[in-house]
Design a protein around this ligand. Structure first.
Ligand SMILES: Cc1cc2nc3c(=O)[nH]c(=O)nc-3n(C[C@H](O)[C@H](O)[C@H](O)COP(=O)(O)O)c2cc1C
Length: 408
């Protein structure tokens, strides 16, 4: 039998919690995004289709990207209990320096296309969070301007070796002079992967105003306002003649690069030399024997060879072969802090995020990148606590079981 009473106005009043409306619409938009997938949805709404698809898309049938994301989900976490996890330490050492978190911002080309603040937003947000920022050879902000935006933090330079070698070597010298501490030599791009979304969208650099792009622009006037009222969108270190990104890559990159180029670059670069885009145990062994300081297991976010190995799945085998001799970082498919924790538990020293960063950027410029870092940080901390570990060093492969369904 339920006992009832007359509603008491004072009690109702106590229950009322009307929040002050958030008048800053950008803040509201970003605060409402609770996951990287939410940021992606905001980014999609705010960015013209061709620019969004250039970022979001991958090569051919996009199988590599799909599998990489799925592999992170097809795991089981095995927690420990009663471990005293009041405070957790998310910092780590990587390539001769510190990072406050076990991830950094991956190098991405043509970043101001996504949102006009581009690399400056990435570099300043990374500085504020104490994590490394990587600048691409195909960046839209110069080496020196990125250094000015982030004068004291760790900045890494990503190198593509071009047909005109001297252009590449000059970039390496400039990055060294600007105090970048690590060089990523990207080796998975002898030719451009087939980014079919770009072809279907008629996407070109610089962007062209066709009837379709104008129509698509109508609901996204802020992007076009930024595009038309800020300095011209172009590569900071490369002159381009126009065309699709694939055509530009094919015209600029040298498909004949080989292991010999590694020695030349080693001679030019005083800092840590890391090869990005390693996809087999044999290549990892060879590079380690050649004395590189680290490797990044990566298939370029699925944007190059479709059906390439999933870095997260390849990791244990590579670790067994070279883990004691070199540092192994990993990227491709990371969409949450739990993905990062899983990669570190399996033995990666560090991870990089590409699209997660760009979704944040497209969703809200610098503040959007801050929000991306905040979301990943909260997920990392929460996952560590729930696993019962207080520092990254306590994570072990025993914390992760790869379930049979993963993308192998
Ligand atoms: C839009 C875009 C542009 C990229 N440009 C470059 C680049 O110029 N150089 C490079 O080494 N990798 C580039 N990448 C690959 C990233 O560095 C990284 O390997 C990849 O994004 C990781 O996968 P994720 O996007 O799933 O995090 C690019 C990735 C994206 C999404």
């Amino acid at each position: 039998m339920v006992t009832r009473q007359r509603p008491q106005p004072a009690e109702i009043f106590e229950l009322m919690r009307f929040k002050k409306p958030q008048l800053d619409r950008k803040r509201h938009r970003l605060d409402s995004a609770l996951t990287i997938a939410d940021l992606r949805r905001v980014a999609k709404r705010r960015t013209p289709a061709a620019a969004f698809d250039y970022t979001d898309g991958a090569a051919e049938e996009e199988i590599s990207l799909h599998r990489a994301r799925r592999a992170f989900r097809d795991i089981q976490f095995n927690p420990g209990i009663l471990r005293g996890v009041g405070d957790v330490d998310t910092s780590c050492e990587i390539f001769g320096g510190l990072s406050a978190l076990p991830f950094g911002i991956a190098p991405t080309g043509f970043t101001r296309l996504m949102q006009t603040e581009g690399e400056t937003a990435g570099a300043t947000a990374a500085a504020a969070a104490g994590i490394p920022f990587s600048l691409s050879t195909l960046g839209t902000t110069s080496i020196e301007d990125v250094r000015r935006a982030n004068p004291h933090g760790r900045i890494w330079f990503q190198l593509y070796v071009m047909r005109d070698r001297e252009i590449s070597y000059e970039l390496v010298r400039r990055a060294a002079a600007a105090g970048f501490d690590t060089l990523f030599f990207t080796v998975d791009t002898p030719v451009a992967g087939a980014r079919l979304r770009d072809k279907r969208n008629g996407f070109s650099i610089p962007p062209q105003l066709t009837a379709r792009t104008v129509l698509n622009a109508m609901p996204r006037p802020w992007w076009w306002w930024d595009f038309l009222t800020t300095p011209k969108l172009e590569f900071a270190s490369l002159s381009s003649t126009g065309g699709t990104v694939g055509e530009l890559l094919d015209a600029a990159m040298d498909p004949t690069i080989s292991f010999e180029d590694l020695q030349v670059i080693r001679g030019l670069w005083p800092g840590k030399l890391v090869v990005k885009g390693v996809q087999s145990v044999a290549d990892a062994r060879k590079l380690t024997d050649l004395g590189v300081d680290g490797i990044v297991l990566s298939n370029h976010g699925g944007r190059q060879l479709d059906r390439a190995p999933v870095p997260f799945v390849l990791l244990p085998e590579v670790l067994r072969e070279v883990g004691a001799d070199t540092e192994i970082a990993l990227d491709t498919g990371i969409m949450s802090g739990a993905d990062i924790v899983a990669a570190i538990a399996l033995g990666a020293k560090f991870t990089l995020v590409g699209r997660a960063y760009l979704y944040g950027l497209m969703a809200g410029g610098r503040e959007g990148v801050d929000r991306m870092i905040q979301i990943l940080t909260e997920e990392i901390v929460r996952t560590m606590k729930l696993l019962g570990v207080a520092s990254l060093g306590e994570l072990t492969p025993r914390h992760v079981t790869l379930l049979p369904a993963s993308g192998r």
